[in-house]
Write a protein that binds this ligand. Structure first.
Ligand code: HEM
Length: 304
């Protein structure tokens, strides 16, 4: 099946499993968007010619989200949270980084992802049926690592205390044209803090959105942008496998929230939109996301 058509099937299946929720994103439905300033410290210059990473400040927008495609799920039913950042370059150009608080994904190919949505046909209180989960693990053993991470995961105590990973590799292109494999991480300046299952259970609906606004009224909310440098043999096309923990990390800038962004909900954070000096890796899931996000974006905007 051709990529665009398969993306349509994937989005249809998400709607079937999680229900139809007009006007909402078909994944990461509920969230909140902030205006922000990104300040590059110049350390990325050695690795990329990307204009926003050379040094100095530019404007950005940042959307924090709960991963569920169903906006009625409580905050804690989706321990996976997202941070999508759009950097606003001169002359209307944009470049994005879309991350979640897991270092790996559960499918290696768009076909596997779509078939998984055919096996797991519904979620009860945020969990698939055990029988379906067992079938999935037999047919897609590469999903085991991500399911293990999600099962053990404690939700961050706040959107401001999660570490968000790009999961996919990208290539930085340096001044000599050399391609350097990297992954991104947003590291919270507030420190990583998670919730115990007991505390998580008592959170009211919408707590995370309320909490981050309350926090911002009292103190700065910011994240460091790290690049993780890939080494020979580190997979660049497989989002189900994490790179070794000892890979060198370089902090290349800082994102500071300024205020709630009004009327920004129609934005699309497509992870394949990158500027000069950055290239998408060969990862099939990464490249599939372009079509899936466009379909979701078209559907939700046409419903407004
Ligand atoms: C086959 C793989 C995937 C599919 C089909 C998929 C699908 C989607 C769709 C349809 C949306 C809503 C887009 C919109 O309406 O603007 C979305 C949003 C999102 N996805 Fe994915 N996704 C996939 C993989 C991933 C991965 C690997 C990550 C990890 C970084 C991720 C993180 C996010 C985040 C953070 C958002 C919210 C973006 C925003 O705030 O606008 N997704 N996804």
């Amino acid at each position: 099946m051709e990529k665009q058509q398969l993306a349509g099937v994937a989005v249809d299946r998400i709607e079937k499993v999680f229900g139809e929720h007009p006007e909402y994103r078909r994944a990461h439905a509920r969230g909140v968007i902030y205006e922000a300033i990104f300040s590059a410290n110049g350390l990325a210059k050695e690795y990329t010619t990307a204009p926003h990473l050379q040094g100095g400040e530019i404007k950005a927008v940042a959307r924090f989200s709960h991963s569920s495609p169903d906006p009625t799920w409580t905050d804690i039913m989706s321990p996976v949270k997202g941070l999508a950042v759009q950097f606003q370059l001169p002359e209307g150009e944009i470049t994005n980084i879309v991350g979640v608080n897991s270092p790996i994904f559960l499918a290696k190919t768009p076909e596997a992802f779509t078939k998984i949505l055919g096996i797991v046909t519904s979620f009860k209180r945020g969990k698939p049926r055990l029988r379906e989960l067992a079938k999935l693990l037999i047919q897609y053993p590469e999903s085991r690592a991500a399911i293990k991470v999600i099962k053990k995961m404690h939700a961050p105590a706040s959107f401001a205390t999660g570490r968000y990973h790009s999961i996919h590799a990208f290539y930085f292109i340096d001044q000599e044209g050399k391609r350097i494999p990297i992954k991104y991480e947003w590291e919270p300046d507030a420190g990583m803090e998670t919730l115990s299952p007991k505390d998580a259970g008592s959170l009211p609906f919408g707590y995370y959105e309320w909490e981050i606004e309350d926090r911002l009224q009292k103190e700065p909310v910011s994240f460091r942008l790290n690049i993780v440098l890939g080494e020979e043999g580190d997979p660049t096309a497989d989002p189900t496998i994490a790179w070794p923990k000892d890979r060198r990390k370089v902090t290349i800038g800082q994102l500071t929230l300024t205020q709630l962004a009004e009327r920004a909900d129609s934005l699309k954070f497509d992870p394949t939109v990158v500027t000069e000096g950055i290239e998408c890796s060969e990862d099939q899931i990464l490249n599939f996301r372009r079509a899936a996000y466009s379909i979701s974006h078209e559907r939700r905007n046409s419903e407004k």
